[in-house]
Design a binder for this molecule. Structure first.
Ligand SMILES: [Zn+2]
Ligand SMILES: [Zn+2]
Length: 318
């Protein structure tokens, strides 16, 4: 399966402001001028490829959305933050634009930042498209309809033309989505509730666990009650705060990057992606947090998990 991050910001969409853009630009230009003095045939695309990630990429301001494409080509979408809009636009160029598409959406919970892109997901509006909505909730349809009440949005969800199918998942039960691909879910500690999903194919497992507050005690309790998190190849995990912030924002429902590293070590995770970024953080601050997370892992005497900072467009394969 191929996993593509479509939205990585927590809580609220956070487009990059002009000040941050200009700072980034100034650093890139200064680096380019320096390099071009030393090279006769200065190649701009090659130079861009050599830039550090915080200069080469934008982390991105869209809220949570992850695309999972199975080996057979089917698409499964995790959460409908604003990152789902561009994905929907891309899908419209395929059979979804002709009303012949079929897609599955999985919801971790219904806080705004995980559903507020859905009214801008064009395939839902096209007659003939089939959309399957998975969650552990009895009332997912009612919640999604509520956000498009006429007082808040002009196009009611229940009037959209696609064919909708709501599937309630049972906790900790494994479901075969297609031959060779299964999904399993468990509840997480978060205000109002949330769940993690684990997708497994013949080669390994991918876990999506955002909007969760891991503390030492909770991690211990969870580890004694389930093997859900163990030995995954890839986990995309909530790491919204620094350690200091996680103490100040105790009970707000999110994890520090330090704790996220402790979790991955405990679970023997191979690759971990830090996500649900704090809206107020610049790309530079996020890269600093990432470097601190790597330092913390190294201080534990470990060279794994491989750590990654979530950014829009990043891809992983299992
Ligand atoms: Zn969230
Ligand atoms: Zn939440």
């Amino acid at each position: 399966m191929r996993i593509t991050l479509r939205g990585v910001r927590g809580s609220l969409p956070s487009p990059m402001g002009s000040d941050e853009y200009q700072q980034k630009l100034a650093t890139i230009i200064a680096t380019a001028l320096e390099k071009s003095k030393k090279e006769d045939n200065f190649d701009i695309p090659a130079f861009i490829r050599t830039l550090p990630k915080n200069l080469k990429y934008n982390i991105g301001g869209n809220t949570t959305c992850v695309e999972v494409q199975s080996d057979s080509g089917k698409i499964y979408i995790l959460d409908a933050g604003t990152g789902i809009r561009a994905l929907g636009d891309e899908l419209m160029a395929s059979e979804f634009g002709k009303g012949q598409g079929e897609i599955s959406l999985f919801f971790t919970h219904t806080h705004w930042d995980h559903i507020h892109g859905l009214p801008f997901f064009k395939p839902v509006y096209i007659p003939g498209n089939k959309v399957h909505f998975y969650s552990i909730l009895d009332d997912l349809q009612e919640r999604l309809a509520y956000q498009t009440d006429f007082r808040f949005f002009p196009a009611p969800f229940n009037d959209t033309a696609s064919t909708k199918n709501f599937i309630k998942l049972e906790i900790d039960k494994s479901y075969e989505l297609e031959p060779g691909l299964s999904v399993r879910t468990i509840p997480l500690k978060h205000p109002g509730g949330c769940v993690a999903y684990r997708f497994t194919n013949e080669r390994g497992s991918f876990i999506f666990a955002t909007d969760v507050e891991f503390t030492g005690d909770y991690l211990e309790d969870l580890n004694t009650s389930t093997d859900f998190f163990n030995d995954a190849d890839l986990i995309v995990l909530d790491a919204q705060y620094t350690l200091d912030e996680s103490f100040q924002k105790f009970d707000w429902g999110h994890t520090s990057f330090t704790m996220a590293v402790n979790c991955a070590l405990k679970w023997r995770t191979r690759h971990m992606v830090l996500t649900h970024h704090e809206p107020a953080y610049s790309d530079e601050t996020l890269m600093e947090n990432y470097r601190e997370a790597v330092k913390h892992r190294n201080s534990m005497g470990k060279s794994w998990p491989r750590l990654h900072i979530a950014r829009e467009g990043a891809r992983f394969k299992i």
